[in-house]
Design a protein around this ligand. Structure first.
Ligand SMILES: Cc1cc2nc3c(=O)[nH]c(=O)nc-3n(C[C@H](O)[C@H](O)[C@H](O)COP(=O)(O)OP(=O)(O)OC[C@H]3O[C@@H](n4cnc5c(N)ncnc54)[C@H](O)[C@@H]3O)c2cc1C
Length: 431
């Protein structure tokens, strides 16, 4: 294999162009820095077709037989997300020495963030809401990352915010985007990150920069750090919030293509019930996968509720690069409790023929720790090597991660624009 070195020296290399990487690349480009974005996936103009989504979809085993879904493409996993948001866990980050509030104040002005208007909610979502409220559940609206002015009463893929729009903006501002560029190693000299080694097609290429920011996603980033010599990282386990969905049928409901997850309730600490009225394309894909062929054609009369429970933090990353975790017994009790409530809601909504779909990972997050793997500036034990992605969502601040990542990335970008290099003796990072 040939090895070449790019002659340019960038201010900053961003590895991964998902939610966090896109924000950082855009912010640093805005501030005039010379930014290189390295993305392992292709650049695909986003359309919600089976072929497009299938070509970027990737899964990683994370616990028992469960796999976590992610996207390999410019813009990362937001190409496929449901756009359901949670407020960032400001207090959990504050306890770690990170103040996300200014970043949150800034970011909420830059993205379309609001609860879904009643008029844009589907008959399925209304039906589930009425039933949940009638049973006394506090069935509340979620924030959605959707430009509702682009919606006309039914689901619209185009209306959802996507990180690719920020990647495109970074490129317009001068960032260099290299796709199908798999970063294999961070180059470290004298305890300092000086660039990365990347595989582009069959060629190995070295890129050099003043700073490297790894935003490869919660499962890829620990692997990349370990592969770069930071063997001590990701020693604290992770969580996956196992979940499953109950689907039922309400004859004559007249459902339309629906935004999923617009409402939810916390049943008790660590058990959440969510609207699962997903739009038609994934609904049909799920039913095919579950061999529920007759349901595939019964979308207008189908309603659903997802049960999600918090598992204990545990498991780890083995020396051969595999994630492994055994779910604790308590989480199954929580899921069983949630199932009873979800069934009651569906029955109250008039649904029959209830089907429980297989369990899935609700998101493998928190693989790294602020305090041991990175400091409060998100810098690792290697100077000028930073991390920002779903690996840093803390266990006591579990949220739908996207809005938090928008803020965490803005927080880091502000640090990187305000402070160029600290003197070497100011290094204050755990080993
Ligand atoms: C089906 C689905 C539905 C979801 N729904 C929601 C939701 O409703 N609300 C919510 O908040 N979140 C949701 N999420 C989760 C959310 O999309 C992700 O948590 C979030 O996008 C993570 O952002 P990130 O920046 O950490 O990583 P990602 O967005 O995954 O980006 C990482 C990027 O790094 C690239 N990469 C990886 N390794 C390398 C490497 N070695 N070299 C170069 N590039 C690399 C990847 O190709 C990818 O583009 C959903 C996810 C999925 C899959």
């Amino acid at each position: 294999m040939t090895m070449s070195t790019d002659s340019e020296i960038y201010d900053c290399i961003v590895v991964g162009s998902g939610t966090a990487g896109a924000v950082i690349a855009r912010e640093l480009s805005r501030s005039g820095q010379k930014v290189l974005i390295l993305e392992r996936g292709p650049y695909i103009p986003l359309k919600e077709t089976l072929w497009t989504l299938g070509s970027m979809f990737n899964e990683v085993p994370v616990a028992d037989k469960l796999k976590d879904a992610r996207v390999y493409a410019a813009g990362g996993s937001s190409a496929m997300f449901m756009a359901v948001m949670d407020e960032p866990p400001i207090d959990a980050y504050r306890a770690l020495g990170i103040d996300l509030q200014p970043a949150y104040d800034a970011m909420r002005l830059q993205v379309p963030l609001a609860e879904m208007a009643d008029a844009l909610m589907s008959p399925q979502a209304h039906r589930v809401r009425e039933a949940a409220l009638a049973l006394g559940y506090d069935w509340k609206k979620k924030l959605m990352l959707i430009d509702q002015s682009k919606c006309s009463g039914v689901y619209s893929y185009e209306a959802k915010w996507k990180a690719l729009s920020f990647v495109d903006e970074a490129v317009r501002l001068g960032a260099v985007l290299k796709c199908q560029a798999l970063t294999e190693r961070v180059l470290i000299e004298n305890g300092r990150a000086v660039g990365v080694e990347c595989r582009i097609k069959k060629e190995a290429v070295k890129f050099r920069a003043e700073r490297v920011i790894v935003c490869a996603g919660s499962l890829a980033t620990p692997l990349l750090l370990r592969g770069s010599g930071l063997q001590h990282v990701a020693a604290g386990g992770y969580y996956i919030d196992p979940s499953f969905t109950l689907f039922g049928r309400v004859p004559g409901l007249g459902g339309v293509d629906s935004f999923c997850g617009t409402m939810e309730t916390t049943l008790e600490e660590g058990i959440v019930l969510k609207d699962a009225n997903v739009h038609k394309l994934p609904f049909r894909m799920f039913m095919l996968q579950y061999m529920q062929i007759s349901r595939m054609f019964a979308y207008p009369e189908s309603i659903g509720v997802t049960v999600m429970a918090h598992d204990e933090v545990g498991g780890g990353l083995s020396a051969d690069g595999r994630y492994n975790k055994t779910l604790d017994a308590a989480v199954f009790d929580k899921l069983a409790h949630g199932e009873q409530a979800a069934r009651a809601i569906l029955e109250r909504a008039g649904a029959g023929d209830i089907f429980k779909a297989p369990m899935f990972s609700g998101g493998a997050l928190g693989t790294l720790r602020v305090g041991s793997d990175v400091d409060a500036r998100l810098e690792t034990s290697v100077r000028d090597l930073y991390v920002c992605d779903g690996s840093l969502i803390p266990e006591n601040g579990r949220v739908a991660p996207t809005l938090t990542l928008l803020c965490l990335a803005k927080y880091l970008a502000d640090i990187l624009t305000q402070t160029r290099h600290l003197p070497a003796e100011a290094e204050a990072v755990p080993a």
